[in-house]
Every structure is written in C-alpha cells, then in structure tokens.
Write a protein that binds this ligand. Structure first.
Ligand SMILES: Nc1ncnc2c1ncn2[C@@H]1O[C@H](COP(=O)(O)OP(=O)(O)OP(=O)(O)O)[C@@H](O)[C@H]1O
Length: 220
C-alpha cells in the first residue's frame, strides 16, 4: 500500500494526500503538470519537501533502499536502465543479489526472458533490439527483482502503435500493482483508477473513464 500524507515537492507538486490500493492506477495530465514528480515520489527517486510518502508503512526518505526493493521504476527511455552488453547480462545484473551463483542466475534470467518473449534475443546486443523489445527488456529487468509495485513513467511514449499495444498489454496484465504515467488515454481508461494532475495538483481522482473525460474537458 502506497500512501501520500500531505506530500508535496516545492514548486512542482502541492501537498497531496492519497492512498493507492488498486491494482492498476493511471496518472494523466499535461506536460509539466507534475506527473513525473508524483511518480518519482512513490519510490523515493524524488523526496517530498513537505509531508511523507509511505510504502507499506516505510518512509521513502528514511527507508529508501527498502522502498526501492518494493517499488520498481521503469523510465520512458529504456536506455536509461539498460547498461550491459547483452540482453541476458542485463537481466542477470538485476538478479545479482537474489542469485549469487552464476548458473542459477543464468537460468533465472532465461526464465524471465521467456516470460516476456525475449528468450531468442538473450545473446543479442541491447543496441540491436527494436524500441519495443528494448522497453520490454527494461520492464523485465525491473520485474526480475520481484517488486510489489511497478511505477512506469510514460513507458510507451517512444514506441510505435504495435509496440505501444504490446507493452501496454504486458503492463496491464501484470499481477503486481501498476502505477502508470501515460499520455495514452486508451491505456489509461483501462486502469482501475486514474489521477488527473493539473498545474501541480490532483485535479481529479476516480474511475479511469471519468478521469479521461475530465482531462479532455480541462484541456479543451
Ligand atoms: N529536477 C527538477 N528540478 C526543478 N524543477 C523540476 C524538476 N523536474 C521537473 N521540474 C518542474 O516541475 C514541474 C512538473 O514537472 P514534471 O516532470 O513532474 O511534469 P510532467 O507532468 O511529468 O511533465 P511531462 O508530461 O512533460 O513529462 C515542471 O514545471 C518542471 O519544470
């Protein structure tokens, strides 16, 4: 359970209180409205300048390491988190703490890649992947650490239509809780709840379809 208690970031997000318990929560809103700031508060990438953010009761400011173990973060640009020469090595890097032995790490990495339809690409250079494959790999490397929550900040923004759909299906089908920042209103509408962020504050919080309508009204 993620809870914001009057949590704000000066100049970027007004003090905000909410509890996120639904499996799939969308965050929508205009450029510069504060969506990324909100997303980054959830795993301590950004610390609140007022109030608190709690993950299962852990304070993101005080217990950052434990919070990041529970809340994985996927960036818009997968290149921000893929650092190893090959696909398999990138997943193995995520598994280094949970699988100390090389053989078990390699087997676990392959299992992760199979789950995402990337097993055939295990020995490829990350640079030889398509944008969609690279984003799926970035998601796979984060999920390999088995976080309870996945926060994804515009994960389909750089993708074409087919890959947007593919990555969207993977994300919406996750068993983990998902907090999805997106400009893709179709994807947002399929979530269980959506927050509309506007000028550094939550302008609407409720059913996703209603949120999408409100956002359209706000910008028209
Ligand atoms: N590191 C930072 N330091 C200071 N101000 C920042 C920083 N990052 C963002 N901001 C400002 O905070 C406000 C909210 O930015 P944020 O990135 O959260 O918006 P966003 O809704 O995610 O936008 P976009 O859709 O363009 O990604 C903006 O005015 C932005 O300029």
């Amino acid at each position: 359970m993620i809870e914001l208690v009057e949590a704000g970031v000066e100049g970027r997000l007004e003090p905000t209180s909410l509890r996120l318990a639904e499996r799939r929560v969308a965050v929508i809103g205009s450029n510069g409205s504060g969506k990324s700031t909100l997303a980054r508060l959830l795993n301590g990438l950004v610390e609140p300048t007022s109030g608190r953010v709690l993950v299962d009761g852990l304070d993101t400011r005080r217990d950052g390491r434990e919070v990041r173990r529970r809340v994985g973060f996927v960036f818009t640009d997968p290149n921000a988190q893929l650092v190893m020469p090959t696909v398999a090595e990138d997943v193995e890097l995520s598994l280094r703490k949970t699988h100390r032995e090389k053989a078990s790490r390699t087997a676990a990495a392959l299992a992760v890649l199979e789950r995402f339809g990337l097993a055939d690409l295990a020995q490829r250079s990350v640079h030889a992947l398509s944008g969609g494959q690279r984003q799926l790999l970035a998601i796979a490397t984060v999920l390999a650490t088995d976080p309870a929550v996945l926060v994804a900040d515009e994960p389909t923004t750089l993708l074409d239509l087919a890959n947007t759909r593919r990555v969207g299906e993977v994300l919406l089908g996750l068993e983990q809780q998902l907090v999805l920042v997106t400009h893709d209103l179709e994807l947002a509408a399929r979530c269980d709840r959506a927050l509309v962020v506007h000028a550094g504050a939550i302008a609407f919080d409720g059913p996703a379809a209603t949120a999408v309508d409100r956002y359209r009204t706000l910008v028209s």
